[in-house]
Design a protein around this ligand. Structure first.
Ligand code: LLP
Length: 422
């Protein structure tokens, strides 16, 4: 398998580079102030191509999880590389469709889909609405009936597997709000069958959690899906697909992670072992496609040395990148113009919260004027807010050494006008 080119690297002069160009040059070409996210769209495409190649057969779907990063430039790139989409709202569905993702390669999950969202999914004729409770089945059936049409559904099951990841991103255990409990699956099939001809139950899906470093927990939950799928078939019922969800982790400098195509290879092997190789396999990767290929660049706006501590205050905060505050996630932070090393500085943002803290990083004797926060392509901009009157950051999309497009921050005036209207 061809390894995708790295999104982030250092050139011979030690400058931080993305998409084979120094980040300082990309920022200057984009005429963008900091904080700014920069993405290597070429590396993102390559990663998706490697994944679709690992799936082999066109029947299978690599449904890119739009929640990780919903930028049009990125969705268009992965759609061209053969991706479908995993969406969790009407808005994500609309963006995926407008970016060229085929409707019959889109799955929709979510524990609280509104009637409007269901209507959009049903009328768009997506591959499957993945229902997350027995109760949801009646509502989906009623919407299809009201629209005078039919809807394809899958049962998202809760596999009762506790993945070894942060509690906030483990989804497949008994106490999680996600999915249909294994004990309720029989009742769910009955209701789905009773919904015919407006409901066609065609799949079984799951998602055990995010940031899985090895395929084991993934396969454990996938086995639960296969058991449900085989039992359904044994009853003489139609079944078209299984989805094993996403969750492939990335190496953020602390622990190596199995590459996404390894998860896929093992998933295909499992299907064969279970005698289900004729089914369509859906996988739902988000982070592993975009995470390593995006960075957040910030300027050091203030330093403070006090009580034996050294602080570097940067112009990106928890409103721009929430992951450290919410999940105690560690993102590598390095000087923009030279490799990391030497004295450590506590890097913090300007937001008035103690949690606005990115941890200790080796920035050197005197801190650099700007830093790069690595592995920020997934769940970075997607989770950004305007807290503290801080406008959303700019985004720069680059490939093969140059800027392809820029999405500019609405800036201070954008925030001021929106609040004055409120
Ligand atoms: N499919 C379903 C049903 C999901 O709930 C998720 C993620 C995915 C696929 C994609 O998972 P991925 O391949 O990206 O791990 N904000 C958190 C992650 C939340 C993930 C939610 N569900 C973070 O920043 O770590």
């Amino acid at each position: 398998m061809k390894a995708p080119m790295p999104g982030f690297s250092r050139n011979a002069e030690g400058q931080a580079c993305l998409a084979d160009a120094p980040l300082t040059e990309l920022l200057a070409a984009a005429r963008t102030p900091t904080p700014a996210y920069l993405y290597d769209v070429g590396a993102i495409s390559n990663t998706m191509e490697s994944l679709t190649a690992a799936l082999g057969d066109e029947r299978h779907v690599a449904a890119y999880s739009v929640k990780a990063n919903g930028a049009g430039s990125i969705i268009r790139a992965v759609a061209s590389a053969g991706a479908g989409a995993d969406v969790v709202s009407g808005a994500e569905l609309e963006v995926a469709r407008a970016c060229g993702v085929q409707a019959d390669r889109i799955v929709m999950s979510g524990v609280g889909k509104t009637d409007e969202e269901l209507d959009l999914a049903i009328s768009s004729r997506i591959l499957s609405v993945q229902v997350e409770s027995v109760e949801e089945i009646d509502r989906v059936a009623a919407r299809a009936r009201a629209l005078g049409t039919s809807v394809r559904i899958g049962l998202r099951i809760n596999p009762s597997v506790l993945a070894d990841t942060h509690a906030h991103i483990a989804t497949g255990h008994d106490k999680a709000k996600f999915g249909i409990a294994l004990d309720d699956v029989g009742r769910a099939w009955e209701l789905a069958d009773a919904g015919a001809p407006h409901v066609e139950a065609i799949g079984v899906s799951t998602h055990v959690g995010s940031m899985l470093m090895t395929p084991e927990p993934y396969l454990q939950s996938a086995r639960a899906v296969c058991t449900v799928a085989r039992a359904r078939r044994a009853g003489g019922k139609r079944l078209d697909y299984v989805s094993f969800g996403g969750g492939y982790g990335i190496d953020q400098g602390e622990r190596p992670a199995s590459p996404p195509w390894e998860f896929v290879r093992e998933a295909l092997q499992l299907l064969a072992q279970e005698g289900l190789e004729d089914l369509r396999l859906v996988v739902e990767p988000g982070r592993s496609i975009v995470g390593p290929h995006g960075v957040l660049v910030a300027r050091v706006v203030q330093t403070k040395i006090s009580g034996g501590r050294r602080w570097a205050m940067v112009d990106a905060g928890m409103n721009d990148l929430l992951r450290p505050a919410l999940y105690q996630a560690r993102h590598r932070i390095e000087p923009l113009d030279h490799p990391p090393g030497g004295r450590e500085w506590r890097v913090v943002g300007p937001v008035c919260e103690t949690a606005d803290d990115f941890g200790d990083h080796a920035l050197g004797d005197s801190p650099p004027s700007a830093v790069v926060i690595r592995d920020a392509g997934a769940y970075g901009f997607a989770m950004a807010s305007q807290y503290n009157g801080r406008p959303l950051p700019s985004e720069v999309f680059a490939a093969e050494g140059r800027v392809r497009s820029v999405s500019r921050s609405p800036g201070r005036t954008g925030w001021v006008h929106s609040r004055l209207r409120a």
